[in-house]
Design a protein around this ligand. Structure first.
Ligand code: SF4
Length: 427
């Protein structure tokens, strides 16, 4: 099979993996004429998303789509009838370098089906990353998916060459994992995540110590470790809609993963029924908007100070599911109207962030501007606020909430009336 055909099979097989954003790595560049690639801002890594929201700035491929496991939800499972292919280590290295030099990609996202054994496969992935870094001095971004049950030593080696490592949690519950991926072990997934966290923490601490030594005046020559392990941290991916888990359950698990293992990101991948799908799976994909709402809710958890309960108990009937019609922040606001209106001249940053239509940047602008004078609605416009969006929820100098009724149904209809009024978390 020629290389182009392999690439077409193995890039297509990798498209089900959502977890490939490339943020948060260390700066590394090839100025000075040595090395290939860069992760410094504006030169190497950038975020680029396909219309379906998936990142396309990395060469995103599988080493192979052969697999000895038979996870029901996966197109590459052993019993699937798909055409199989496998790259050699050298082929992946050459493709990465060539694509990088042609400016097609900013880095590599590499995953794999399991061939022979977990350790054998993981070793191949580590070889690719090592060859890129050591032999070719590649300084671009590398994200490696670790293989379930691979040895600690191999995972540790992977972290020395990769910017980010990830281990898929796969499904929101232990029971679902048992049902759909019986060869995978939830205990060992958590164990690997814990190990990654420890290595990452150790590496961060070492870097901190090095900085202190380097910046200290009259520094003595002290030996400090250069150990850098997965500088962009770890991430994971969860398939949603393959089992009956509610959004509340999914967000509770995400919250736990963020807290316990310091995940940089939990990615949500809407289950897509695959050709020749296993009979124990739903025939239909969940609405894509569910994935979108989960990302919005995840953002609220991480950056806006919301709790899981606040976000997911807003749907009528307490189903634990997010409202698909409106974003989770607006849904929370409509269930907590007694929190509003809030006065933009007195509210804390935390309170401002709870106003639908006010995001982190706008909140900072408001706080900065009101140091000089009390703000009117017209001043808010200059801060980048859409008055139409925030008017029902705020007070400013000379005006209280506008004529829109501050009651849940009226507001819900008001915001649903036009798709253009759908709020954005990032305003
Ligand atoms: S181990 Fe990974 S590649 Fe193999 S069947 Fe399961 S999900 Fe698919």
């Amino acid at each position: 099979m020629n290389l182009q055909r392999k690439l077409s099979i193995l890039a297509d097989a990798a498209k089900y993996d959502a977890s490939c954003a490339s943020s948060g790595s260390i700066k590394r560049d090839s100025r000075g004429g040595t090395g290939v690639g860069s992760t410094t801002s504006g030169m190497g890594i950038c975020h680029s998303y396909a219309p379906d929201g998936r990142c396309i700035s990395l060469l995103k491929i599988l080493l192979t789509n052969f697999c000895i496991f038979d996870c029901s939800y996966c197109i590459n499972r052993a019993s699937s009838q798909v055409q199989r292919a496998r790259f050699s280590v050298e082929e992946v290295v050459d493709l990465t370098l060539n694509f990088y030099k042609r400016n097609y990609i900013e880095g590599l996202f590499l995953s794999s089906g399991i061939i022979q054994s977990s350790d054998y496969t993981m070793e191949q992935l580590v070889n690719i990353a090592r060859t890129l870094r050591k032999t070719h001095d590649f300084r671009g971004y590398i994200h490696l998916k670790t293989i379930p049950d691979a040895s600690e030593d191999l995972i540790r080696q992977a972290g020395l060459y990769a910017d980010r490592l990830s281990i898929n949690i796969e499904l929101p519950s232990k029971q679902s994992l048992k049902r759909y991926a019986p060869e995978k072990n939830i205990g060992s997934i958590h164990h690997s995540m814990q190990e990654l966290r420890e290595h990452i923490d150790e590496s961060k601490e070492n870097r901190k110590q090095r900085k202190k030594v380097v910046s200290a005046p009259n520094r003595k020559k002290t030996k400090t470790s250069r150990f850098v392990f997965s500088p962009a941290g770890q991430s994971t991916q969860m398939i949603i809609g393959a089992d009956e888990s509610s959004d509340n359950k999914i967000l509770t698990l995400s919250n736990y993963l963020y807290g316990k293992y310091q995940m940089r990101r939990v990615y949500y991948s809407a289950f897509s029924p695959i050709p020749d799908t296993a009979t124990n799976l739903p025939a239909k994909a969940p609405p894509l908007v569910r994935e979108h709402r989960l990302y919005q809710a995840d953002w609220l958890l991480r950056f806006y100070g919301f709790s899981v309960e606040e976000i997911s108990n807003t749907h009528n009937g307490d189903t634990g599911m997010l409202d698909l019609d409106i974003d989770p922040k607006l849904a929370w606001a409509l269930h907590n109207l007694d929190f509003f209106p809030i006065n933009v001249n007195r509210a804390t940053r935390e309170m401002l962030l709870r106003v639908p239509g006010i995001g982190a940047i706008v909140a900072s602008r408001i706080i900065h501007s009101r140091q000089f004078h009390n703000l009117r609605f017209s001043d808010l416009k200059k801060c980048g606020v859409s008055i139409k969006k925030v008017a029902p929820f705020i007070e400013a100098l000379g005006r209280s909430p506008n004529s829109v009724p501050l009651e849940s149904n009226g507001l819900r209809n008001y915001f649903k009336a036009s798709t253009s009024t759908q709020l954005c978390l990032f305003d």
